[in-house]
Write a new protein. Structure first.
Length: 447
């Protein structure tokens, strides 16, 4: 547990990220969806009507900083509570002190970082004090709150989702750190906008990482005393790798993912691995790439080799388990497998054609024979009449019509003869021929 004044003075020996911690909402970077004028959290702060809340977002987006700013604006006592080092006894001690403060008319904001690390008993210990208003609880977590926080406690808190900072947000933070007396404003620092952008890309939305990287670069730049000239080579050393020019939200981002996708589609495994490496080495989120490969597995390979989808999903899971750089080889596995697989876009074409019909044609009712009839009234209305349970037939299939009348002759999925899909096509052709013969035979028997 750490009890603090609202904002401790931070001397020049503190890390840059700590010295540059914003003290006002005006200096706070990002999160305009929550803190822009007229937004709900901003209104709560301005009216001094802050309720208990959970701040959910990735590392380095300012969860702790925002809690401190809220305490400053609401003139509340701020207590920083660690879920890693504190137990039930510490919770009760703090709660009892907060009760006394409340009796004296003083507010207490209890900030709990990594609140998901508390067990059920520890989380439950907050409940009575949150309910009585002894404390305003602000929990911070990088995990999904509904999975990691007790429902009883979560129901008493408003969840606010903080987003990763944009590249522009991070660049602005870096420029502010270079200009501010709390940062390097008293230094003569020479660094290009391109290099600031490289740091922002490497930080991947994490302000702390960006500021730590800038600090390392400035302190190791060419020069002496308070002079520092920062080169690309210096940045490469600070981020422990080659700094590739790459804008995750700009044209080059889309150019590279397009190059990867089209190389796989063209069965060029070597080119696909190269474009994959270009993206990963520039700091692209491996989960983004994995999602695109999963999509590719069905869009461009599909039934020609259904194993591609299995491999792609497994690679996505491996990226979640391991993160980078360990997951790079799993993405390479999936990319090469998909590149060398036979190709078919029949599934993509099938859905697009069906979707067009769904959008543009009348919404026809579901045929009676394939409706469920859970009630007597539905049975009386003919629901389920004519339904044939396929497993009761010798062939394990019936000639029953499942499409509306106006679409009964439509064919959406048209398999190719690529890879395994050739066998799928043969099977589909056999089924359609049998159903056609069966319907004709049934009709003949009825005459």
């Amino acid at each position: 547990m750490e009890q603090e004044t609202l904002f401790d003075n931070r001397n020049k020996t503190a890390p840059l990220a700590d010295r540059m911690r914003p003290e006002t909402l005006e200096d706070y970077a990002g999160q305009l969806q929550l803190l822009g004028q007229g937004r709900i959290l901003r209104r709560m702060i301005d009216r001094d009507e802050v309720q208990s809340m959970v701040l959910w977002g990735p590392p380095g987006v300012g969860k702790t900083t925002l809690a401190r700013i809220i305490a400053r604006y609401t003139k509340a006592r701020f207590i920083n509570f660690s879920a890693v080092t504190s137990g039930i006894k510490e919770i009760r001690d703090v709660m009892n002190e907060a009760e006394k403060n409340r009796a004296m008319g003083s507010k207490t904001i209890l900030f709990v970082d990594e609140i998901h690390r508390f067990n059920k008993a520890q989380q439950d210990a907050f409940l009575p004090f949150v309910e009585r208003g002894s404390i305003t609880l602000i929990g911070a977590t990088t995990e999904i709150p509904s999975f990691e926080i007790n429902s009883a406690l979560l129901s008493r808190c408003k969840v606010f989702v903080l987003k990763a900072l944009t590249e522009d947000d991070v660049v602005e933070l870096l420029k502010r750190a270079l200009a501010s007396p709390k940062g390097f404003g008293t230094w003569n620092v020479t660094i290009s906008d391109d290099l600031l952008k490289l740091i922002a890309v490497y930080a991947n939305g994490d302000a702390r990482t960006a500021l730590n990287t800038l600090e390392m670069a400035v302190l190791n730049g060419e020069g002496d005393g308070i002079n520092s000239v920062i080169s690309k080579a210096t940045i490469e050393q600070c981020i422990n790798g080659k700094a590739l020019l790459y804008d995750k939200n700009g044209e080059e981002h889309y150019n590279l993912i397009s190059a990867l996708h089209k190389s796989m589609r063209n069965s060029d495994a070597d080119a696909a691995v190269y474009w994959l490496a270009r993206m990963l080495e520039a700091g692209e989120d491996p989960l983004y790439i994995a999602r695109r490969v999963v999509r590719f597995a069905s869009e461009d390979v599909g039934m020609a080799d259904s194993r591609c989808l299995e491999v792609a999903v497994a690679a996505y899971q491996a990226c979640q388990f391991l993160g980078r750089p360990e997951c790079n080889v799993h993405l390479t596995h999936a990319v090469v497998f998909c590149s060398l697989a036979p190709k078919s876009n029949a599934l993509e074409a099938a859905y697009n054609t069906a979707a067009e019909d769904a959008r543009t044609m009348l919404d026809e009712p579901v045929p009676l024979q394939i409706r469920n009839a859970p009630t007597q009234l539905m049975e009386d209305l003919g629901y389920g009449n004519g339904y044939v349970y396929a497993h009761d037939t010798k062939e394990k299939v019936s000639s029953m019509q499942c499409l509306p009348d106006s679409l009964k002759d439509r064919h959406y999925y048209n398999p190719t003869e690529q890879g395994v899909e050739k066998r799928v096509k043969e099977r589909k052709d056999q089924l359609e021929a049998w159903k056609k013969w069966k319907r004709a035979d049934d009709k003949k028997k009825q005459q």
